[in-house]
Write a protein that binds this ligand. Structure first.
Ligand SMILES: [Zn+2]
Length: 317
């Protein structure tokens, strides 16, 4: 009996592990935060991604302000004017068409537990405040953004309705994570700085964070552990939305390249500077998507800022 129950236990454990492994191989079945069911996409109302998308969550150059730097809190889906937009999850309509805090037409759904979705630039609301909607149910007709470009700006906010709680919608939207984002260390400068180039395919805009580690190449000792998390970056700007346009935050200069529907990859360059260390250094950098899958690169270089004081050169004619 004891042997049989042990065998059953081992079998159960093996079954559990197999199911766990199976589920881990299919991240698209669950949202990143597994307490939530996945959305459907807001245009199709299905689990097939709405494509193309013209702007990712995160840093970008915004067309409507002469390519100024902007931290984009949603995703943009180009849509002909008056396209039907659909509820992504069961919810209650909180805003139906307009709100003083939003300059453009908006439908906002409350999904409970402090999860909200925003449909912005809408031409018309198809729902009323307090109405309960099911996934895929029409909620609005699409309109035109402030740059004259017909599209849906779709946002997910978690924690509150405030803009600093806008999170990466790819956490909840269903897609097959094919791990095609890339990271390359493009330059290590003696002034204690590193350039990175990160790319994300245009049909899988799920990039979420960058990590950077600097170690002594001689001793292996840790010199710096830094990075940039898009959602944490978004949270730092409390109050004045205009301040979201600061390109250099905590020693990281963010330089997005122009991205549009016809660009195959979304490219962002990151310049980490003021890094500590002197002498030979080993750099490790990774780009993480919303499922915490990494694309990494390593490089060695020499930090020698004391050799590069321009004043010394100039004072010795
Ligand atoms: Zn947008």
């Amino acid at each position: 009996m004891r042997t049989i129950s042990s065998l059953l236990w081992v079998f159960g454990l093996a079954l559990g592990l197999s199911i766990g492994l199976l589920l881990s191989l299919h991240p698209a079945l669950f949202s990143q935060d597994e307490s939530w069911p996945l959305f459907v996409w807001p245009v199709s109302g299905t689990s097939t991604p709405d494509l193309p998308q013209s702007s990712a969550y995160g840093p970008r150059l915004r067309a409507s302000c002469g390519r100024c730097y902007d931290f984009h809190q949603g995703i943009d889906i180009p849509t002909p004017i008056s396209t039907t937009l659909r509820a992504v999850l069961t919810g209650t309509v909180r805003i139906a068409g307009s709100h003083p805090l939003y300059s453009d037409g908006i439908v906002q759904l409350d999904h409970g537990n402090k999860l909200y979705t925003n449909y912005i630039h809408v031409a018309a609301s198809l729902v009323v405040t307090g109405q309960v909607v099911a996934p895929g149910e029409p909620v609005a007709l699409s309109g035109v953004g402030d740059n004259g470009f017909p599209h849906l700006h779709f946002e997910t906010r978690q924690g509150s309705v405030l803009r600093q709680d806008a999170v990466n919608s790819y956490r909840y939207l269903p897609y097959t994570d094919t791990l095609r984002h890339t990271l390359a260390i493009t330059e290590v400068l003696e002034a204690g700085a590193v350039w990175l180039r990160v790319t994300t395919p245009g049909d899988e805009l799920d990039l979420n964070a960058i990590t950077l580690t600097v170690r002594s190449a001689i001793t292996g000792g840790l010199l710096a552990e830094t990075g940039l998390d898009y959602e944490a970056h978004n949270k730092k700007y409390l109050g004045d939305p205009a301040q979201i346009d600061i390109p250099d935050l905590d020693g990281v200069l963010i330089q997005p390249l122009v991205y549009a529907t016809n660009t195959p990859v979304y490219v962002v360059d990151f310049f980490f500077h003021n890094l500590p260390g002197l002498g030979a250094v080993h750099i490790d950098a990774c780009a993480l998507d919303v499922n915490a899958n990494t694309a990494c690169d390593t490089a060695v270089g020499v930090f020698g800022r004391q050799l590069f004081l321009p004043q010394i050169t100039q004072s010795n004619p």
